[in-house]
Write a protein that binds this ligand. Structure first.
Ligand code: ZN
Length: 389
Protein backbone atom coordinates (compact mmCIF):
# COMPACT_ATOMS: atom_id res chain seq x y z
CA UNK A 1 0.00 0.00 0.00
CA UNK A 2 1.51 3.32 -1.09
CA UNK A 3 1.00 6.47 0.97
CA UNK A 4 0.15 8.70 -1.96
CA UNK A 5 -0.63 8.21 -5.63
CA UNK A 6 -0.53 11.13 -8.05
CA UNK A 7 -2.60 10.06 -11.03
CA UNK A 8 -2.99 11.21 -14.59
CA UNK A 9 -0.51 14.08 -14.60
CA UNK A 10 1.78 15.08 -17.43
CA UNK A 11 5.11 14.11 -15.90
CA UNK A 12 8.21 15.98 -17.05
CA UNK A 13 11.43 14.57 -15.62
CA UNK A 14 14.30 15.80 -17.82
CA UNK A 15 16.89 13.78 -15.87
CA UNK A 16 15.28 10.59 -17.17
CA UNK A 17 14.00 11.92 -20.52
CA UNK A 18 10.43 11.45 -19.29
CA UNK A 19 7.70 13.58 -20.88
CA UNK A 20 4.49 11.52 -20.68
CA UNK A 21 1.21 10.83 -18.87
CA UNK A 22 2.26 8.79 -15.84
CA UNK A 23 1.29 8.05 -12.26
CA UNK A 24 3.68 8.53 -9.35
CA UNK A 25 3.51 6.42 -6.19
CA UNK A 26 5.05 7.72 -2.97
CA UNK A 27 6.10 5.74 0.08
CA UNK A 28 7.05 7.85 3.09
CA UNK A 29 9.56 10.44 1.94
CA UNK A 30 10.55 8.63 -1.26
CA UNK A 31 9.23 7.99 -4.73
CA UNK A 32 8.34 4.31 -5.01
CA UNK A 33 7.23 3.97 -8.64
CA UNK A 34 6.60 5.98 -11.80
CA UNK A 35 4.33 4.01 -14.13
CA UNK A 36 1.25 4.42 -16.32
CA UNK A 37 -2.24 3.52 -15.04
CA UNK A 38 -1.54 2.49 -11.47
CA UNK A 39 -4.69 1.32 -9.57
CA UNK A 40 -6.03 3.97 -7.16
CA UNK A 41 -6.97 1.37 -4.54
CA UNK A 42 -3.24 0.76 -4.04
CA UNK A 43 -2.74 4.02 -2.12
CA UNK A 44 -4.04 5.66 1.06
CA UNK A 45 -4.58 8.99 -0.67
CA UNK A 46 -4.95 9.74 -4.36
CA UNK A 47 -4.37 13.07 -6.05
CA UNK A 48 -5.97 13.58 -9.44
CA UNK A 49 -3.40 15.53 -11.47
CA UNK A 50 -5.33 15.37 -14.74
CA UNK A 51 -4.56 18.48 -16.75
CA UNK A 52 -1.56 19.39 -14.61
CA UNK A 53 2.18 19.21 -15.13
CA UNK A 54 4.10 17.17 -12.56
CA UNK A 55 7.81 17.93 -12.28
CA UNK A 56 10.61 17.20 -9.82
CA UNK A 57 10.43 19.72 -6.98
CA UNK A 58 11.68 22.98 -8.47
CA UNK A 59 15.08 24.23 -7.34
CA UNK A 60 15.81 27.96 -7.22
CA UNK A 61 19.56 28.58 -7.32
CA UNK A 62 19.35 32.25 -6.31
CA UNK A 63 17.13 33.65 -3.55
CA UNK A 64 17.61 36.06 -0.62
CA UNK A 65 15.85 34.81 2.48
CA UNK A 66 17.96 36.20 5.34
CA UNK A 67 14.86 37.81 6.81
CA UNK A 68 15.43 40.44 9.50
CA UNK A 69 19.18 40.67 8.91
CA UNK A 70 19.64 41.61 5.25
CA UNK A 71 17.50 44.37 3.76
CA UNK A 72 16.99 42.00 0.81
CA UNK A 73 15.67 39.19 3.00
CA UNK A 74 12.17 37.77 2.57
CA UNK A 75 10.46 34.76 4.14
CA UNK A 76 11.77 31.54 2.62
CA UNK A 77 8.59 29.45 2.68
CA UNK A 78 6.41 32.24 1.26
CA UNK A 79 8.65 32.88 -1.72
CA UNK A 80 9.81 29.28 -2.26
CA UNK A 81 7.55 26.44 -1.09
CA UNK A 82 4.31 28.38 -1.49
CA UNK A 83 5.36 29.18 -5.07
CA UNK A 84 6.26 25.58 -6.00
CA UNK A 85 9.97 25.61 -5.07
CA UNK A 86 11.06 22.77 -2.77
CA UNK A 87 14.81 23.53 -2.57
CA UNK A 88 16.63 26.85 -2.81
CA UNK A 89 20.08 28.37 -2.55
CA UNK A 90 20.53 31.49 -0.40
CA UNK A 91 22.86 33.45 -2.67
CA UNK A 92 25.23 35.24 -0.34
CA UNK A 93 23.08 37.45 1.89
CA UNK A 94 25.16 36.27 4.82
CA UNK A 95 28.86 36.75 5.44
CA UNK A 96 31.01 35.06 8.05
CA UNK A 97 29.65 37.12 10.98
CA UNK A 98 25.97 36.90 10.01
CA UNK A 99 25.94 33.30 8.75
CA UNK A 100 25.20 31.73 12.15
CA UNK A 101 21.84 33.56 12.25
CA UNK A 102 20.99 32.42 8.72
CA UNK A 103 21.73 28.84 9.74
CA UNK A 104 19.88 28.85 13.04
CA UNK A 105 16.82 30.98 12.23
CA UNK A 106 16.28 30.33 8.53
CA UNK A 107 17.97 27.19 7.17
CA UNK A 108 17.14 25.12 10.27
CA UNK A 109 13.53 26.33 10.56
CA UNK A 110 12.21 26.68 7.00
CA UNK A 111 10.22 23.87 5.44
CA UNK A 112 11.87 24.72 2.13
CA UNK A 113 15.17 22.83 1.91
CA UNK A 114 17.83 25.55 1.96
CA UNK A 115 21.53 25.73 1.21
CA UNK A 116 23.72 28.82 1.10
CA UNK A 117 26.58 30.62 -0.53
CA UNK A 118 28.81 32.54 1.85
CA UNK A 119 29.43 36.17 0.95
CA UNK A 120 33.17 36.77 0.75
CA UNK A 121 32.60 39.95 2.81
CA UNK A 122 32.01 39.21 6.49
CA UNK A 123 29.10 41.66 6.80
CA UNK A 124 27.13 40.09 3.96
CA UNK A 125 24.36 42.18 2.41
CA UNK A 126 22.99 43.99 5.45
CA UNK A 127 22.19 47.45 4.09
CA UNK A 128 22.28 49.32 0.82
CA UNK A 129 24.26 52.32 2.05
CA UNK A 130 27.64 50.65 1.53
CA UNK A 131 28.54 47.95 -0.99
CA UNK A 132 30.14 45.03 0.82
CA UNK A 133 33.14 45.11 -1.55
CA UNK A 134 33.65 48.86 -1.34
CA UNK A 135 36.13 48.53 1.50
CA UNK A 136 38.77 45.79 1.45
CA UNK A 137 38.58 45.62 5.26
CA UNK A 138 35.22 43.86 4.84
CA UNK A 139 37.04 40.80 3.53
CA UNK A 140 38.73 38.43 5.96
CA UNK A 141 39.89 35.30 4.17
CA UNK A 142 40.72 33.36 7.35
CA UNK A 143 37.25 33.96 8.76
CA UNK A 144 35.54 33.18 5.44
CA UNK A 145 37.52 29.98 5.02
CA UNK A 146 36.58 28.78 8.50
CA UNK A 147 32.84 29.44 8.08
CA UNK A 148 32.68 28.18 4.47
CA UNK A 149 33.57 24.65 5.62
CA UNK A 150 29.97 24.14 6.79
CA UNK A 151 28.33 21.34 4.77
CA UNK A 152 25.24 23.37 3.89
CA UNK A 153 27.46 26.11 2.40
CA UNK A 154 27.90 25.04 -1.21
CA UNK A 155 30.20 27.83 -2.34
CA UNK A 156 31.31 31.45 -2.11
CA UNK A 157 29.60 34.55 -3.46
CA UNK A 158 31.20 37.75 -4.74
CA UNK A 159 28.99 40.61 -5.86
CA UNK A 160 30.99 42.57 -8.38
CA UNK A 161 28.97 45.71 -7.71
CA UNK A 162 30.21 48.98 -6.26
CA UNK A 163 33.67 47.47 -6.02
CA UNK A 164 36.49 49.67 -4.91
CA UNK A 165 38.88 51.22 -4.37
CA UNK A 166 41.05 50.04 -7.22
CA UNK A 167 42.37 47.55 -8.11
CA UNK A 168 38.81 46.28 -8.44
CA UNK A 169 39.92 42.75 -9.27
CA UNK A 170 41.26 42.33 -5.73
CA UNK A 171 37.99 41.18 -4.11
CA UNK A 172 37.51 38.66 -6.93
CA UNK A 173 41.02 37.29 -6.48
CA UNK A 174 40.52 36.99 -2.73
CA UNK A 175 37.18 35.20 -3.23
CA UNK A 176 38.75 32.76 -5.68
CA UNK A 177 41.58 32.07 -3.23
CA UNK A 178 39.12 31.18 -0.46
CA UNK A 179 37.00 29.08 -2.85
CA UNK A 180 40.10 27.15 -3.82
CA UNK A 181 41.12 26.56 -0.22
CA UNK A 182 37.70 25.13 0.71
CA UNK A 183 37.37 23.37 -2.67
CA UNK A 184 33.98 24.90 -3.44
CA UNK A 185 32.73 26.92 -6.41
CA UNK A 186 32.29 30.67 -6.61
CA UNK A 187 29.18 32.48 -7.85
CA UNK A 188 29.97 35.90 -9.26
CA UNK A 189 27.32 38.60 -9.57
CA UNK A 190 27.96 40.60 -12.73
CA UNK A 191 26.43 44.04 -13.11
CA UNK A 192 27.05 47.44 -14.60
CA UNK A 193 30.68 47.69 -15.72
CA UNK A 194 30.79 51.23 -14.34
CA UNK A 195 29.99 49.84 -10.90
CA UNK A 196 32.19 46.76 -11.20
CA UNK A 197 35.15 49.06 -12.01
CA UNK A 198 36.60 46.22 -14.06
CA UNK A 199 35.72 45.03 -17.58
CA UNK A 200 33.44 41.98 -17.73
CA UNK A 201 36.02 40.11 -19.83
CA UNK A 202 38.57 40.42 -17.01
CA UNK A 203 36.07 38.87 -14.57
CA UNK A 204 35.05 36.07 -16.94
CA UNK A 205 38.58 34.97 -17.71
CA UNK A 206 39.29 34.35 -14.00
CA UNK A 207 36.36 31.98 -13.49
CA UNK A 208 37.03 28.27 -13.11
CA UNK A 209 35.03 25.23 -14.27
CA UNK A 210 31.98 24.95 -11.99
CA UNK A 211 31.96 28.65 -11.09
CA UNK A 212 28.73 30.52 -11.88
CA UNK A 213 28.03 33.80 -13.64
CA UNK A 214 24.80 35.06 -12.12
CA UNK A 215 22.53 37.75 -13.68
CA UNK A 216 23.75 36.57 -17.09
CA UNK A 217 21.08 38.45 -19.12
CA UNK A 218 21.17 41.84 -17.42
CA UNK A 219 20.72 44.85 -19.68
CA UNK A 220 23.11 47.33 -18.08
CA UNK A 221 26.34 48.71 -19.56
CA UNK A 222 29.01 46.11 -20.08
CA UNK A 223 26.66 43.12 -20.31
CA UNK A 224 27.39 39.84 -22.12
CA UNK A 225 26.79 41.43 -25.55
CA UNK A 226 29.37 43.56 -27.35
CA UNK A 227 28.46 46.92 -28.89
CA UNK A 228 27.19 45.15 -32.02
CA UNK A 229 24.87 42.90 -30.05
CA UNK A 230 26.99 39.78 -30.37
CA UNK A 231 27.75 37.51 -27.42
CA UNK A 232 31.29 38.37 -26.30
CA UNK A 233 33.97 35.82 -27.05
CA UNK A 234 34.94 35.78 -23.36
CA UNK A 235 31.43 34.50 -22.54
CA UNK A 236 31.72 31.63 -25.03
CA UNK A 237 35.21 30.86 -23.71
CA UNK A 238 33.96 30.76 -20.11
CA UNK A 239 31.10 28.43 -21.02
CA UNK A 240 33.53 26.22 -22.93
CA UNK A 241 35.62 25.92 -19.74
CA UNK A 242 32.58 24.76 -17.75
CA UNK A 243 31.47 28.05 -16.19
CA UNK A 244 27.69 28.04 -15.69
CA UNK A 245 25.27 30.78 -16.76
CA UNK A 246 22.54 31.53 -14.23
CA UNK A 247 19.60 33.87 -14.95
CA UNK A 248 18.88 35.38 -11.46
CA UNK A 249 16.18 37.76 -12.70
CA UNK A 250 15.86 39.97 -9.62
CA UNK A 251 14.83 43.60 -9.76
CA UNK A 252 17.46 44.81 -12.21
CA UNK A 253 19.05 41.83 -13.90
CA UNK A 254 16.83 40.60 -16.73
CA UNK A 255 16.40 42.38 -20.05
CA UNK A 256 14.26 40.98 -22.87
CA UNK A 257 16.72 42.44 -25.37
CA UNK A 258 19.84 40.81 -23.88
CA UNK A 259 18.13 37.46 -23.34
CA UNK A 260 16.57 37.31 -26.81
CA UNK A 261 19.79 38.27 -28.61
CA UNK A 262 21.77 35.74 -26.57
CA UNK A 263 19.25 32.93 -27.12
CA UNK A 264 19.08 33.74 -30.84
CA UNK A 265 22.85 33.20 -30.96
CA UNK A 266 22.51 29.90 -29.11
CA UNK A 267 23.62 31.07 -25.68
CA UNK A 268 21.02 29.36 -23.50
CA UNK A 269 21.05 29.55 -19.69
CA UNK A 270 22.33 26.54 -17.74
CA UNK A 271 20.19 27.45 -14.75
CA UNK A 272 17.05 29.59 -14.57
CA UNK A 273 16.76 31.16 -11.12
CA UNK A 274 14.67 34.02 -9.78
CA UNK A 275 16.83 36.17 -7.44
CA UNK A 276 13.75 36.73 -5.29
CA UNK A 277 14.20 39.38 -2.62
CA UNK A 278 12.42 42.36 -1.07
CA UNK A 279 12.48 44.32 -4.33
CA UNK A 280 11.66 41.53 -6.82
CA UNK A 281 9.27 39.02 -5.18
CA UNK A 282 5.77 39.60 -6.57
CA UNK A 283 7.30 42.59 -8.39
CA UNK A 284 9.55 42.36 -11.48
CA UNK A 285 10.55 38.71 -11.09
CA UNK A 286 7.25 37.70 -9.41
CA UNK A 287 8.43 34.15 -8.58
CA UNK A 288 10.44 31.29 -10.09
CA UNK A 289 7.67 29.89 -12.30
CA UNK A 290 7.10 33.35 -13.81
CA UNK A 291 10.82 33.53 -14.58
CA UNK A 292 10.51 30.08 -16.22
CA UNK A 293 7.51 31.37 -18.20
CA UNK A 294 9.68 34.15 -19.64
CA UNK A 295 12.00 31.54 -21.16
CA UNK A 296 9.04 29.62 -22.62
CA UNK A 297 8.01 32.94 -24.16
CA UNK A 298 11.53 33.31 -25.60
CA UNK A 299 11.11 29.95 -27.33
CA UNK A 300 12.90 27.50 -25.04
CA UNK A 301 11.14 24.11 -25.08
CA UNK A 302 9.20 23.30 -21.88
CA UNK A 303 11.38 20.29 -21.06
CA UNK A 304 14.55 22.43 -21.26
CA UNK A 305 12.99 25.12 -19.09
CA UNK A 306 12.11 22.51 -16.45
CA UNK A 307 15.61 21.01 -16.76
CA UNK A 308 17.12 24.43 -15.93
CA UNK A 309 15.22 24.51 -12.62
CA UNK A 310 15.53 20.84 -11.61
CA UNK A 311 18.33 18.51 -12.68
CA UNK A 312 20.67 21.30 -13.82
CA UNK A 313 20.85 23.09 -10.45
CA UNK A 314 20.76 19.72 -8.62
CA UNK A 315 23.82 18.61 -10.59
CA UNK A 316 25.69 21.80 -9.77
CA UNK A 317 24.80 21.26 -6.09
CA UNK A 318 26.10 17.68 -6.26
CA UNK A 319 22.65 16.39 -5.28
CA UNK A 320 21.39 14.80 -8.50
CA UNK A 321 21.00 11.06 -9.06
CA UNK A 322 24.42 10.63 -10.68
CA UNK A 323 26.10 12.26 -7.68
CA UNK A 324 24.22 9.88 -5.39
CA UNK A 325 21.79 12.63 -4.39
CA UNK A 326 18.04 12.51 -4.38
CA UNK A 327 16.69 15.80 -5.73
CA UNK A 328 16.08 17.18 -9.21
CA UNK A 329 14.67 13.95 -10.62
CA UNK A 330 11.77 11.52 -10.19
CA UNK A 331 13.30 8.07 -10.31
CA UNK A 332 12.31 5.40 -7.78
CA UNK A 333 14.18 6.13 -4.55
CA UNK A 334 14.37 9.87 -5.20
CA UNK A 335 13.11 12.29 -2.57
CA UNK A 336 9.34 12.72 -2.95
CA UNK A 337 9.79 16.38 -3.83
CA UNK A 338 7.31 17.27 -6.57
CA UNK A 339 5.84 20.41 -8.05
CA UNK A 340 2.41 20.50 -9.67
CA UNK A 341 1.96 23.25 -12.22
CA UNK A 342 -0.89 24.50 -14.32
CA UNK A 343 -0.23 25.79 -17.84
CA UNK A 344 -2.68 28.68 -18.18
CA UNK A 345 -3.80 29.99 -21.58
CA UNK A 346 -4.66 33.64 -22.10
CA UNK A 347 -2.89 36.96 -22.52
CA UNK A 348 -0.44 37.72 -19.73
CA UNK A 349 1.95 40.69 -19.44
CA UNK A 350 5.57 39.84 -18.59
CA UNK A 351 7.86 42.63 -17.35
CA UNK A 352 11.62 42.78 -17.63
CA UNK A 353 13.81 45.08 -15.51
CA UNK A 354 14.23 47.71 -18.23
CA UNK A 355 10.57 48.76 -18.41
CA UNK A 356 9.74 46.54 -21.39
CA UNK A 357 6.54 44.50 -21.28
CA UNK A 358 5.81 41.55 -23.54
CA UNK A 359 2.58 39.60 -23.68
CA UNK A 360 2.61 35.83 -23.56
CA UNK A 361 -0.22 33.46 -24.41
CA UNK A 362 0.64 30.77 -21.86
CA UNK A 363 2.11 30.86 -18.43
CA UNK A 364 3.04 28.43 -15.71
CA UNK A 365 1.30 28.77 -12.36
CA UNK A 366 2.13 26.80 -9.20
CA UNK A 367 -0.69 24.56 -7.93
CA UNK A 368 0.99 22.78 -5.04
CA UNK A 369 4.21 21.10 -4.02
CA UNK A 370 5.17 18.03 -2.05
CA UNK A 371 8.25 18.14 0.17
CA UNK A 372 9.48 14.72 1.22
CA UNK A 373 6.04 13.27 0.49
CA UNK A 374 4.03 15.92 2.32
CA UNK A 375 1.79 18.56 0.74
CA UNK A 376 3.27 21.84 1.89
CA UNK A 377 3.20 24.23 -1.02
CA UNK A 378 0.67 26.63 -2.53
CA UNK A 379 -2.20 25.67 -0.24
CA UNK A 380 -3.42 22.22 0.75
CA UNK A 381 -4.26 20.06 -2.25
CA UNK A 382 -7.43 18.86 -0.52
CA UNK A 383 -8.74 22.43 -0.64
CA UNK A 384 -8.23 22.44 -4.39
CA UNK A 385 -10.57 19.47 -4.75
CA UNK A 386 -7.80 17.34 -6.18
CA UNK A 387 -7.21 15.00 -3.31
CA UNK A 388 -9.34 12.03 -2.30
CA UNK A 389 -8.56 10.26 0.97
ZN1 ZN B 1 21.03 38.14 -5.67
Amino acid sequence: MYDTLIRGGHVIDPAHDVDALLDIAIDGERIAAVEPDMPPEGARQVLDATGLLVTPGLIDLHVHVHWGVSHYGIEADQCCLARGVTTALEAGSAGAYTYPSLKRWVIDTAQTELYALLNIAWLGMIGDQVGELEDPRFIDEVLAERVAQAPEILGLKARMDRVGPLPATEPLERAIAVAERVDKPLMVHIGSEARMHVPLDAVLERLRPGDVITHCYHGKDGNILDDRGRVRQAVWDARQRGVLLDVAHGAGSFAWDTARRALDQGLLPDVISSDLHTYSFMLTAVDLVTTLTKFLHLGMPLVDVIRAATVAPATWMGMDARSGGSIGHLGPGAAADLTLLHMQEGAFPLHDCEGEIETTTRRLAPVTALKRGRFLGAGPASALGLLTL
